[in-house]
Design a protein around this ligand. Structure first.
Ligand code: ZN
Length: 174
């Protein structure tokens, strides 16, 4: 697997890049400084009044078929809160606003796509929903599953950082 720090050519002038530090490539010709920063993501812990949270089953790679939290990559010119609201609409057809979501904390992960490994940092929110809420999985979500907070299938969670965050969060709240 190639990581961004292994990229060989300058995206500006196509000359060879030189690895300066574990997070910095410098172009041998035009002096472009290419920093390797994490990609920002979000995830949402949706809870109902029955001590359950919602997991999504991933439709596509990486980790197709594994469970995940709703969420995704943050778009350019989008706040984290806006991205949470957008992802809830895209993946689950749920309408929420910023007052409905509460920030919990963040986690780091890696995301491999088409043979390239990216570093990510994920902002995790929570929201309470009505027990009879209607959810329509779409976009990159295959299906959804309500699970009891004491019965989360951690071995089938797609991303390690999300798994660690959930274990810590639910051990402190249950
Ligand atoms: Zn260059």
């Amino acid at each position: 697997m190639t990581r961004e720090i292994d990229f060989k050519y300058c995206p500006k002038c196509a000359a060879p890049l030189l690895k300066q530090t574990p997070i910095l490539l410098i172009c041998s010709a035009c002096d472009l400084h290419f920093y390797i920063n994490p990609r920002a993501t979000n995830a949402i812990i949706l809870q109902n009044s029955k001590n359950q949270l919602l997991l999504t089953k991933r439709k596509f790679d990486p980790h197709a078929g594994k469970y995940d939290l709703p969420g995704g990559f943050i778009d350019i010119n989008e706040s984290v809160e806006e991205s949470v609201i957008r992802e809830l609409k895209e993946e689950l057809n749920i309408d929420m606003n910023k007052d409905d979501i509460e920030y919990l904390g963040s986690c780091t992960d890696t995301y491999e796509f088409k043979g390239v490994g990216y570093y990510t940092v994920g902002m995790i929110y929570k929201a309470l929903v009505k027990d009879d809420i209607i959810i329509t999985p779409s976009d990159d979500v295959e299906s959804t599953l309500w699970v009891n907070m004491n019965d989360i299938p951690y071995d089938d969670i797609a991303f390690e950082g999300v798994k660690i965050f959930m274990k810590s969060y639910f051990s402190s709240t249950t």
